[in-house]
Design a protein around this ligand. Structure first.
Ligand code: FRU
Length: 522
């Protein structure tokens, strides 16, 4: 008996020692298998998460920090949770990076590599990583004060593994209640750092030589864009369009005030000279980044190497209208897919496109991929993919000739007759999303409302639609990211059918369905 036990033990120990470090970690078989748990989107292991924070790339690693409350599945005293990835899809959870302290909770912010060690916080010739965040002092808020939000910094000398807060806040509050979410980037032309800060109903730009002392440069935005709510979580970056023209893009999230209710992200395009942002959008109307209800507080990665050159985005896949009550148990909220942004000009008008980062392609299960070609749907309904749609997570793409069609509906259906419906109204240039009969919705009256977005099809012959389904979210991309729509859905059973219904004639040139396996190691 003893010998057998020893033998088994020996095999187990030997078996383990020859495994790589990664395989060593044994995950329980039910890891990330709760209902509605995304299989290829980032979610915290447990508890509450909101905005992505401190997204920085350094030494082959993407860092994702996030607004985190480790003691509950609803919002509370904010910490910065942390995860690291080499492809923005497979994440390794890290210990909490920043805890609340005497200056307050740790609200949203950004992180940079201080390549020139302007802060003097580097060590052993290595550049420090610097996180710049908002301190939110709850006692001051309760006491009715107005200056309880300030900006602080923290630094890391070990590739982001541990963080030390720098003495005291580096930017005091000038007497404005909403003063937060600093996004910092290096402005090489002026050899200085620029902080883009959300201040109630506008953006304030600050500059600094060393990330510690900050000077106010200018304000932007009180009279343009969406103002149905408070401005939050901005980002400022330069992009080049398909003709080589450079423009600056300013992302600003607002809550509430979204076109479909609640939280939303808008953007501006123009010039930035190191001091002022000049908006060049001829209309004062807001331009929405994503027309769905569930893509908020998204920002882009800092320090992506020049040879890569991409502008990579992640947003928080929820909405403050119901984020605290969505029907998940162990954890709350997921991030969007990593998306690659591009600047596209059409007849002098600029638009930011967003589509899944190329890495996403690598997690499609190619072996079980299903393809169909040359199918015509004429005032009719067709079951797509020969009924091959299975439970779990998947991606589908459709490439269609829609020149003779007025309305196309894409329906996800399950055995309970629940359905999530996307309607492409080609005549009206609108995309509708209906989740009224798509499963759980009673947790909030704001959830199952009609959702609609503007999408200029312009009588285009070709229509490319990509859908990413992941247990409780649908990300929709039209024409390579010209139109983005992100929505949560909580069906009571897995989708097992996808249907396409056409008013008029539509020709599906090619349609692909691919299951997506879990990236969480089970
Ligand atoms: C946006 C936001 C930020 C703030 C954080 C607090 O969702 O309200 O403005 O820093 O969340 O968690």
């Amino acid at each position: 008996m003893k010998t057998t036990l020893l033998l088994i033990l020996g095999i187990v120990v030997f078996g383990c020692t020859i495994k790589s470090k990664q395989e060593f970690v044994s995950l329980p078989s039910n890891y990330y298998a709760e209902s509605y748990r995304p299989q290829y989107h980032f979610t915290p292991d447990s508890m509450w998460m909101n905005d992505p924070n401190g997204m920085v790339y350094y030494d082959g690693e993407y860092h994702l920090f996030y607004q985190y409350y480790p003691d509950s599945t609803v919002w509370g005293p904010m910490h910065w949770g942390h995860a690291i990835s080499t492809d923005m899809l497979h994440w390794e959870h890290q210990p909490v990076a920043l805890y609340p302290d005497e200056y307050g909770y740790i609200f949203s912010g950004s992180a940079v590599v201080d390549w020139k060690n302007t802060s003097g916080l580097g060590k052993d010739g290595q550049p420090p990583l610097i996180a710049i965040f908002t301190y939110h002092e709850p006692e001051g808020e309760k006491a009715g004060e107005i200056d309880y939000q300030t900006q602080g910094i923290a630094y890391s000398n070990d590739k982001g593994r541990t963080w030390t807060k720098y003495d005291e806040p580096v930017l005091k509050n000038p007497g404005i209640r909403d003063f937060r979410d600093p996004k910092v980037s290096w402005y090489p032309e002026g050899q200085k750092w620029i902080m883009t800060l959300a201040v109630k109903d506008h953006i304030s730009f600050y500059s600094s030589p060393d990330l510690k002392s900050w000077k106010h440069e200018s304000d932007f935005g009180t009279d343009v864009g969406g103002h149905g709510g408070v401005w939050e979580c901005p980002d400022l970056f330069k992009m080049t369009d398909q003709n080589g023209t450079e423009k600056w893009v300013l992302l600003v999230s607002i809550n509430p005030g979204g076109p479909n209710g609640g939280s939303v992200t808008q953007y501006f395009i123009g010039e930035f000279d190191g001091s002022q942002f000049k908006n060049e959008n001829p209309s004062a109307d807001p331009i929405w980044f994503d027309w769905g209800k569930d893509n908020y507080a998204g920002v882009t990665w800092s320090d992506i190497p020049e040879e890569d050159g991409r502008r990579l985005f992640i947003g928080w896949m929820s909405n403050w209208q119901y984020a605290n009550v969505v029907p998940t148990q162990k954890w709350r909220s997921a991030m969007t897919l990593p998306r690659e942004l591009s600047l596209v000009s059409t007849d002098g008008t600029y638009q930011v496109f967003g589509k899944p980062a190329t890495e996403v392609e690598s997690i499609l299960n190619k072996e079980d991929m299903f393809k169909m070609q040359e199918v015509e749907v004429n005032n009719d309904v067709t079951l797509l993919f020969d009924g091959q749609v299975g439970g779990g997570a998947w991606a589908a793409s459709l490439f269609m000739d829609a020149s003779e069609s007025e309305v196309i509906k894409l329906k996800l259906l399950n055995a309970l007759n629940e359905e999530a419906v996307v309607t492409f109204d080609l005549a009206e240039n609108k995309v509708h999303f209906n989740r009224d009969n798509a499963g759980k919705k009673d947790f909030s009256p704001e959830f199952a409302v009609p959702i609609v977005g503007d999408c200029s099809f312009n009588n285009k012959v070709e229509l490319k639609v990509q859908v990413y389904w992941d247990e409780s979210s649908i990300e929709l991309f039209v024409n390579d990211g010209q139109f983005q729509m992100t929505n949560l859905v909580f069906p009571n059973k897995d989708w097992n059918q996808i249907e396409l219904e056409a008013k008029g004639k539509v020709k599906i040139m090619e349609a692909t369905y691919a299951p997506i396996n879990s990236v969480w190691g089970n």
